[in-house]
Design a protein around this ligand. Structure first.
Ligand SMILES: Nc1ncnc2c1ncn2[C@@H]1O[C@H](COP(=O)(O)OP(=O)(O)OP(=O)(O)O)[C@@H](O)[C@H]1O
Ligand code: NI
Length: 327
């Protein structure tokens, strides 16, 4: 299966007042053509940094230290500003958590949508695009200012803008987190439908394991700036091979309400100043042994997925997750 985009051993750090903070510590991720791939993990695990790296839309304090990102064969960290602009415009579409910050409050929706479309879009073309994003009254929405729309409608406008030029890769960072719980499922379903319809790939970054389980074919679990497990959603979420995935699922199963933030796992995630020479999860891990504190696990193939854990076989052999707390 061909990949539309991939990250290889990517290292990104942020300059902070307390020194350099390593947000990605050798992240690997391949996005297949036409798939929906979810990236999950606790706050701070590096999801947004990885998502932004695909379009090199990182803030000024971020520094790409090492590794490669390719989108449709183009090395995004090697190209000049103009090529990068073209790549973002023609091949990528972004949807962020808060639609109101993505839209210009002073400009009618129709004009903003038209500017994202190729050529000079007619009103009929604008309303047709809004309709594809499942806005029920596109003619009215076209004339409205962003503040006149509900959060869900505004996010649908952002989605329309993101697909305006038929991107090959849609990157959605917590696309439903700012919305009312009642419409999260619907907006996610719209994104999934558009992905299907356009043949684009959808990379969706989220805390919401249940929502992702329903919509993503594959799931990547991030911890400490690395992808620690990636595979088919059904397999990873039913029979995890990484202790962190297992802990996430056990924590999530304690709550019955969809869309909620994950319950915390005991202990705190790492903040890295440099390369982690051990397993970053070892201090919180029920399976950890001396080797985990001494040797960085490299990705390896276990039970049809990629896992960075020395003891993945032991994790797999354990009983499926029930509703009890992590061991
Ligand atoms: N602009 C920034 N300046 C300094 N540090 C940052 C910046 N953005 C992110 N970080 C740090 O980088 C690490 C990774 O952050 P990132 O936002 O990528 O994680 P995330 O998984 O998307 O988290 P969340 O679920 O909270 O959105 C965190 O430790 C975070 O505090
Ligand atoms: Ni984030």
């Amino acid at each position: 299966m061909s990949n539309i985009a991939k990250a290889e051993d990517v290292v990104v750090s942020y300059r902070t007042t307390k020194g350099s903070l390593r947000a990605l510590d050798g992240a690997d991720l391949a996005v297949r053509a036409g798939e929906t791939l979810a990236v999950v993990g606790e706050s701070g695990s590096g999801k947004s940094t990885l998502g932004m790296s695909f379009g090199r839309v990182l803030p000024g304090e971020a520094k790409h230290e090492a590794g490669r990102i390719e989108v449709d064969g183009t090395d995004v960290f090697a190209i000049d500003a103009e090529t990068l602009r073209g790549l973002r415009r023609d091949k990528l579409g972004f949807v962020f958590q808060n639609p109101m910050t993505a839209l210009d409050p002073t400009m009618r929706v129709g004009r903003q949508v038209a500017r994202a479309m190729p050529g000079r879009a007619s009103d009929a073309e604008i309303t047709a695009l809004l309709k594809r994003a499942e806005l029920s009254d596109p003619a009215r929405v076209m004339r409205a200012y962003p503040h006149e729309l509900s959060g869900g409608m505004a996010q649908r406008v952002v989605i329309a803008i993101a697909i305006a030029r038929g991107p090959q890769l849609l990157i959605a960072d917590e696309p439903t987190a700012s919305l009312d719980a009642s419409i999260r499922e619907k907006v996610m379903a719209t994104l999934a439908r558009l992905r299907d319809e356009t043949g684009a790939s959808l990379l969706v970054l989220s805390h919401d394991l249940r929502l992702m389980a329903r919509h993503a074919g594959r799931v990547a679990v991030m911890y400490g700036g690395r992808v620690v497990e990636i595979g088919a959603s059904a397999e990873v979420l039913q029979r995890p091979a990484h202790p962190y995935t297992r802990a996430l699922l056990a924590a999530a199963s304690g709550s019955e309400r969809p869309g909620e933030r994950l319950e915390p796992i005991p202990g705190t995630p790492p903040t890295l100043a440099g390369r982690c020479e051990a397993c970053a999860f070892a201090p919180r891990c029920a399976y950890a042994q001396d080797r985990c504190r001494a040797q960085r696990p490299e990705p390896r193939e276990v039970a049809g997925r990629q896992v960075t854990c020395h003891f993945a076989e032991d994790v797999l052999a354990d009983a499926p997750i029930s509703t009890e707390a992590p061991r």
